[in-house]
Design a protein around this ligand. Sequence first.
Ligand code: NI
Length: 408
Amino acid sequence: MTSLQGPTDLLPPAAPLADAVLVAATTLAPQVVAWRRHLHQHPEVAFQEVQTAQFIADTLAVVPGLTVTRPTPTSVVAELRGTLPGPTIAVRADIDALPIQEENDVEYRSTRDGAMHACGHDGHTAIVLGLATLLAAHTAQLPGTVRFIFQHAEELSPGGAEELVQHGVMDGVAQVIGLHLWAPMPVGRIGILAGPAMAAPDNFHCTITGKGGHAAIPHECVDPIAIGAQVVTALQQVVSRTVDPLDPVVLSVTQFIAGTAFNVIPNSAYLAGTVRTFEPALRQSIPAQMERVIRGIAEAFGATVDFHYEHGYRPVVNDRALAERLQAVVARTFDGDTLIDLRPTMGGEDFSAYQQRAPGVFAFVGAGNVGEGIVHPHHHPRFQVDERALDVGLRYLAAATVALLAEH
Ligand code: NI
């Protein structure tokens, strides 16, 4: 679909405040990189971000004009009230790391065994620390309030977002924005989807119980491995034969654990995996379809099944009107080739919890660089970001926040 309007026609002309904030953002860039490297060296996994939250609170404590609160032990919220009247805009950064052993050989690599910022949340935190710092220097011209949400536990369901929403962090918020540094996209690019952006990440696990015994006497056993193998294959048929091919769905079996010896048929097999969808009706119908297939196969061969399905985060669905306004902000703030078309991802994000309370847009900020070997996917032991993406992310959030405040 094309529009007769150019994207920048949707916005009033850039205010002097926007220009001043963008200049300040560039000046702040080395500090943002330093914050990110400190966080990268000291990763903490979901619900354990004690020192991370303390570092955020300490950093914000010296910024004049901020009201800093701690809704949960490992999260931080800061509020900046502008002198001029206006709405409340929330900006969210997730702060948690992953249980991964870092394999990068950089001077600021993780100092903690078995923990690593392998998704870029160190960068998100540093960017929003930068945003709070630079907007606090312009309180006198700020029309409205900005709430900075440093959220714990994005990586582990049930996630920190829903918990913070329950603590009231979205009360009075008119709009909410956030971003993800995105390694599959080159640095210098920004992608903003209008509508569905990220899938609902559900998970399942099941135990198939047969009858163990000697591997040489299979006919006196009920072999859960042979049954489980058929279950794995048949589950792919749930996707390919029972779902409308125009509805995206992923069904991956990611764990198949059974057996201890070459000559023993085990008693049981454990299978687990993930299901990703966008459509609410499909999301609701998939568990029963899976269970019917798993149970049917198991019972046909004399085994029993214990099946559990857990709903994870809701899908991230960007408010269309807000997304178009933020696309216009990018077009006005950055070079002409910055804004790129993007396809939704089947990855999940608990940013969706905030979108239940106010129109929200979650943007992707390119952080990859093939020429410099920054090519590894998120959650990889050698995941990296091109740190120039931090400056892009900060300028995007700064321009977006100022534009949204000014529109009211
Ligand atoms: Ni992430």
